[in-house]
Write a protein that binds this ligand. Structure first.
Ligand code: PLP
Length: 378
């Protein structure tokens, strides 16, 4: 089976991991802070907190923002469930925003209409989670304007988008309050499991670090009941053990060095797909800057989509659906009873979409085989 995504592990990656295994520190050694530093450098953000997954990074980000049972959090209907679950863990009320049919990113038109209504009803959100679907930024420029006008904060779930580039026209002021990347094996780089939360806000970074490490405060200037003994630390809030370890971070540092090559290869593969598949039959990944092409989703006529999916699978092509709308999941259905039709474009997208194989080691002849198989249907 040709998978839709897969990691590339080099000899240098293996050596980096073995080096840590032979060292004194498997967990909190020098690699985690070094990886955080390199990720800050790469993304141009000031503070980085490494987590053991993007899911825990999203949860830590929500907690640092004070999301609680009193909060409202709005999430795009098309994403992996973790984008919404992070708010559920905090007890917040989650609502769903429809997506654009051409990009599957947050629909700013839908969002603005919902915000205007919520303003009248006094039900504005505290936080919007913006997902950069498939590796393309969502319309952060418009989202920034809306966030200022309606006073909500923004977490970017950029799990797919390490290496994406925003449109030049956006200038600099477009980033969310916190951006999260995932390092799951199918993502742009991997640490086996892992994630990071990046921010320019020192307070949010310090708070996320505490939540990632049991709620423990190690800065003695911030202790509430200081003691002089060297053993002393304070648990000031209820945190979690969400820390990344040094084995993962060593792999991450080595992978990050290879990211330019990974991006180049993914973009080459995407260019060949794009030459062969017209714009109406694929997600438009050129609308908001340059995509990292974590995914290559195509859109197949609803009448034949399920059959095409099965036939491609039968032909050894590991297509996958990204994603079932989150509001369709039994947990969300039973809890909120939102009509599925409240996000009609997400439902249509779900019925039509399937992601084709794209990853750095995809062989040219395998891509050609995928295109041949697909050409019978498109
Ligand atoms: C959009 C999105 N958000 C969050 C996650 C969760 O990432 P992780 O597996 O690192 O927890 C994923 C993973 O698939 C994802 O695709």
């Amino acid at each position: 089976m040709i998978p839709y995504g897969s990691q590339h592990i080099s000899d240098a990656d293996i050596e980096a991991v073995v080096e840590v295994l032979r060292s004194d520190f498997l967990t909190q050694g020098p690699c985690v802070p070094k990886f955080e530093e390199k990720l800050c450098e790469y993304s141009g953000m000031e503070f980085g907190v490494a987590f053991n997954s993007a899911t825990s990074a999203l949860h830590g980000a929500c907690l640092a923002m004070g999301i609680s049972a009193k909060s409202r959090v709005w999430v795009p209907a098309i994403s992996f469930v973790a984008s919404a679950n992070c708010a559920e863990y905090c007890g917040a009320k989650v609502e769903f925003i429809d997506v654009e049919l051409d990009t599957a990113c947050l629909s700013m038109e839908f969002l603005e209409n919902k915000l205007r209504l919520a303003e009248l009803e006094g039900t504005l959100p505290d936080l919007v989670i913006a997902v950069h679907y498939a590796g393309q930024y969502c319309d952060m420029a418009t989202l920034k304007v809306l966030s200022q006008r309606f006073h909500f904060r923004v977490i970017e779930d950029a799990s797919h988008a390490l290496g994406a580039e925003p449109p030049e026209a956006w200038g600099r002021a477009w980033a969310g309050d916190i951006r999260v990347y995932s390092f799951h094996p199918v993502k742009m780089i991997t640490t086996a499991e892992g994630g990071v939360a990046l921010t320019d806000d020192r307070g949010l970074a310090e708070s996320m670090r505490m939540f990632a490490c049991h709620g423990i405060q190690r800065d003695k200037d911030k202790w509430q009941y200081p003691e002089s003994g060297e053993w002393y630390y304070e648990q000031q809030t209820l945190g979690f053990n969400y820390r990344m370890n040094d084995v993962q971070a060593a792999l991450g540092i080595s992978q990050l060095q290879q990211l330019p090559g990974f991006l180049k290869r993914r973009r080459e593969i995407a260019a060949i797909y794009e030459l062969n598949i017209n714009l109406q039959q694929r997600v438009n990944q050129g609308k908001y800057g340059l995509s990292s092409y974590h995914l290559f989703p195509v859109l197949v006529d609803v009448q034949i989509s399920d059959r095409v999916f099965s036939q491609l699978k039968a032909a050894g092509i590991g297509v996958q659906k990204h994603y079932i709308p989150i509001l369709n999941q039994p947990y969300y259905r039973d809890k909120y009873h939102y009509p599925l039709g409240s996000c009609p474009q997400a439902q249509q997208f779900y019925r039509q979409t399937m992601s084709l194989p794209i990853f750095p080691d995809l062989a040219d002849q395998d891509q050609q085989y995928v295109l041949e198989q697909l050409s019978q249907f498109l």
